[in-house]
Design a protein around this ligand. Sequence first.
Ligand SMILES: [Zn+2]
Length: 377
Amino acid sequence: MEYILECTNGKARAGVISTDHGKFLTPSFMPVGTQGTVKAILQRDIKEIGAEIILSNTYHLYLRPGTDILYQAGGLHKFMNWQLPILTDSGGYQVFSLTDLRKIEEEGVQFKSHLDGSTHMFTPEKVIDIQRMIGSDIMMVLDECPPFPATKEYAENSNNLSMRWAERCLNHFNKTKNAYEHSQALFGIVQGGIYPYIREHSASTLTQMNFDGYGIGGLAVGEPAEQMYEMIEVCTETLPTLKPRYLMGVGTPQNILEAIERGVDMFDCVLPTRNGRNAQFFTKFGVINITNNKYKNDFSPVDSSCDCYTCKNFTRAYIRHLFVAKEVLGLELATIHNLYYYQWLVHSARYQIIEENFSNWKKEQLQNLDGDVNRNS
Ligand SMILES: [Zn+2]
């Protein structure tokens, strides 16, 4: 994997990341394909809306279909027929958020499957082995995601454990080979809760280990947005300039713009897909709920300035009807539009960074997002 920083505008960055499955431009937004599928959209259409990389989840793929099936298929790219880059998380976040019964110890974390209650253990070495079998282009280290709020003492001990796990992941990564013909990269993950000095320590410890890139984890877990932005700033100021930074699991369009301004390059989030399936449509002028009665006879597109397949071909009234009638096409049209909007957001941000106009453009976007949602109708 190679990262090239093309240009900066303030702290905002435009770059390009090359993998054996192709390049992607940054800032980049990765649609979430938890179970080896981005819900309610075809692989063909993910490409069509302009996504250049997707994210999938180690925890879910490990439990189902299991690494033996993925290995027999020749890896996740072949299994799901997606030939562009894939990033996988380490499974840590799901273990801490989805499973009730878990035991954290130095060796790793023991947990019970949310599917059938069976007992499993994730160690730093094991999550590398699993991600080797998945064959993702970018793998993540195992980390502990401390709950919010966490005391300073908890956050510090937890981060120290995550740093020891990161080093074990890196050692195992360096000792093991790719399972398939393409190469894989490994990112460390900065933790430290809402404590700047722990974040700084975490970022500088990982920098010394020299990863291919760096995730910023444990944010958007309930802390105020301003605190999240402050933590992002501490991280990006400490992390090396010539490596990509990935803000994990964040967020709203506003969060993404603020993070880009502070030097973040990569994002993933379930909001556009999950909220879309709940009738929430993201637009440049804020979110609309398409099931609202006022759209019953509104024969305009969801967003008249949007060039996506949904907006080019269907009206608010028709999409509202699909949701009210619980037709699956509604979910698909919402997913296409929302992912297209998120791609538009990061692609436009990149263009504005190159044009050295990011800050002005961002201000304008934030004003639009806070304004009257029906202005464009
Ligand atoms: Zn659209």
